[in-house]
Write a protein that binds this ligand. Structure first.
Ligand SMILES: Cc1cc2nc3c(=O)[nH]c(=O)nc-3n(C[C@H](O)[C@H](O)[C@H](O)COP(=O)(O)O)c2cc1C
Length: 209
């Protein structure tokens, strides 16, 4: 696909697309490149709690379909449905993340130990509601970045919140107590133009203080 490098064009060209070319499959190598760029997004204490299931096989789409509510057309035609989960036990990766920072010379072992001694017990002590809020925010930032990266790669997307949340983790044999579904992103090659949509004037949604 043709890459778009003009940021304004990427921003203004992104629209929710509901019908994709069902014969076009994004190569997995390119999909991984898109996901790798998307995960450059920032996250609270860099814990990167997003987890993704890329549903790009007919069998996977078939299994996901009954959970997609009014959004089956995107499921049927997209290259892939990217199901984004937030991992409530994200702190289990703290040692790996911060150990890698030390290895790369981004911080000293001492600072790492000091930081983890504070952050891991703090994260473990949060209520499920508090941690759900954190993983929702972090994963949504990544999701937004994913949609812009997809556009830069010449693809289109549709963020989807209308799906069966209660059964999503189990659909992929994941622990529903641990993995909270955040959003599904349909991605693929556009087959039908999206609708233009109105934005409120910035003066009506901001104030200077
Ligand atoms: C969190 C979230 C959930 C959404 N859920 C759905 C959905 O279930 N089905 C759908 O067709 N579009 C869904 N949308 C797309 C919005 O309708 C769309 O982003 C909005 O109308 C603005 O249009 P645009 O994306 O083309 O700029 C969702 C968007 C967001 C951000």
């Amino acid at each position: 696909m043709t890459q778009i490098n003009d940021f304004d064009q990427i921003l203004k060209g992104r629209k929710s697309i509901k019908v994709f070319d069902e014969n076009y499959k994004i190569p997995r190598e390119e999909m991984d490149e898109i996901l790798e760029k998307a995960t450059l997004a920032p996250s609270s204490v860099n814990m990167q709690p997003w987890r993704m299931v890329v549903v790009d096989t007919p069998e996977g789409k078939e299994k996901l379909r009954p959970l997609m509510s009014m959004n089956t057309r995107q499921n049927d035609t997209s290259s892939a449905m990217i199901v984004i989960f937030g991992d409530l036990h994200n702190y289990e990766h703290a040692e790996h993340i911060y150990g890698s920072q030390v290895e790369r010379g981004f911080m000293t072992e001492e600072i790492k130990t000091q930081f983890l001694d504070w952050v891991v017990p703090y994260y473990k002590g949060l209520t499920t509601e508090q941690m759900t809020s954190i993983v929702n925010i972090d994963s949504s930032l990544m999701a937004m970045q994913l949609m812009l990266v997809a556009k830069a790669h010449g693809y289109d997307t549709n963020p989807i919140g209308g799906f069966d949340r209660a059964n999503m983790a189990a659909c992929f044999d994941m622990d529903p107590e641990r993995y909270i579904p955040v959003m599904v992103i349909a991605i693929g090659k556009k087959a039908q133009e999206g609708h233009s949509s109105y934005r409120m004037p910035v003066e009506s949604v901001r104030q200077y203080f």
